[in-house]
Design a protein around this ligand. Structure first.
Ligand code: NAP
Length: 300
């Protein structure tokens, strides 16, 4: 794919979408963007992107279309709804949904696009807003392998670890595996730091000591220092983590598989939503453990 003669539509300019779109522009792709809240398109327009008034208008002018939206109903609405992508799409267009949504709904959207002689790749990401800015996201992709190969130059502009994991929906399934792992690890970090605080340990030195050994993790080494500093700014918001755990639990029920650890972590995140903390970063999970043990895991 020659970057300069292909137009990429980009829909959904949130925490992740803006830096991902910027990296495509950096790799010299032509971009046409749409965002429900129009003001968020300004930054991209300044960098040379065209701005469309609807997803259908994006589709009518694009060879490839990327969506980076919140949840399954949002992706359904933007692709299949009124003024949606499907109303403007040209034959042979590949739609790449990089949001985290249901594997099952992904498959139904794929079927509708295939009926229009188009295709859907589900390509959710891991690596947080930092990975989106640096262009180092892990991208797990489901869908036709030939379409995956065709889209590799786009993926390479946004990520580093890019794996085709199977047919339509399998990218989303892989992402749910990722979410079991990251939420469980975040829970262990929060619980461990509350334990350390109650024991009177030096929290910075504790992270330094255990973060260099077998207990090292991205959650401990990157989010741990933020958490003890009282920095709860989101890379990844609690409400989005809880949305993903809902998808994990729904999928586990369909698969008839037991996921007791994830169910527990989901209940702890639910306690944060009950306290109106959904817009904080996932490191705020420590507040649930602090509440249980009556101690704050904070420096200063
Ligand atoms: P975000 O900042 O909340 O952005 C969501 C975007 O979707 C916004 O542009 C929003 O438009 C748009 N949107 C939502 N519903 C819509 C609808 N019905 N119609 C049109 N536009 C709609 O979220 P984010 O952090 O970028 O996350 C996006 C996706 O990536 C989510 O599925 C998330 O789970 C996944 N993800 C996030 C991270 C992370 O660290 N943040 C990491 C990996 C994966 P408005 O601006 O108008 O609200």
């Amino acid at each position: 794919m020659e970057s300069t003669n292909k137009t990429i539509g980009f829909i959904g300019l949130g925490i992740m979408g803006i830096p991902m779109a910027k990296n495509l522009i950096k790799s010299t792709f032509n971009l046409i963007v749409y965002n429900r809240t129009h003001s968020k398109t300004k930054e991209l327009a300044k960098l040379g992107a065209s701005v469309a008034k609807s997803p259908a208008e994006v589709a009518s002018q694009s060879n490839y279309i990327i969506t980076m939206l919140t949840d399954s109903p949002d992706v359904e609405q933007v692709i299949l709804g009124t003024n949606g992508v499907i109303e403007g799409i040209n034959e042979n267009t590949v739609v790449i949904d990089m949001s985290t949504i249901s594997p099952e709904i992904t498959q139904t959207i794929n079927e509708q696009l295939v009926a229009k002689n188009c295709a859907l790749l589900d390509a959710p990401v891991s690596g947080g807003s930092w990975g989106a800015v640096e262009g180092t996201l892990s991208i797990m992709v489901g869908g036709e392998k030939s379409k995956f190969d065709e889209c590799l130059p786009l993926f390479n502009a946004m990520g580093k670890n890019i794996i085709h994991t199977g047919p339509s929906g399998m990218g989303q399934t892989t992402k749910l595996v990722n979410q079991i792992l990251v939420s469980g690890t975040m829970n262990a970090v929060a619980e461990a730091l509350v334990f350390a605080a109650k024991a009177g340990a030096d929290l910075e030195k504790t992270i330094q000591a255990v973060g260099g050994g077998a207990a090292a993790s991205w959650q401990l080494n990157t989010l741990g220092p933020k958490l003890i500093a009282g920095d709860f700014e989101p890379g990844f918001m609690v409400k989005l983590q809880q949305k993903d755990l809902r998808l994990v639990i729904e999928t586990a029920q369909k698969l008839n598989v037991s996921i007791p650890g994830t169910a527990l972590v989901s209940q702890l995140f639910a306690s944060l939503l009950a306290r109106d903390l959904g817009d904080e970063g996932t490191q705020a999970l420590v507040k649930a453990h602090e509440n249980l043990s009556g101690v704050e895991a904070r420096v200063n």
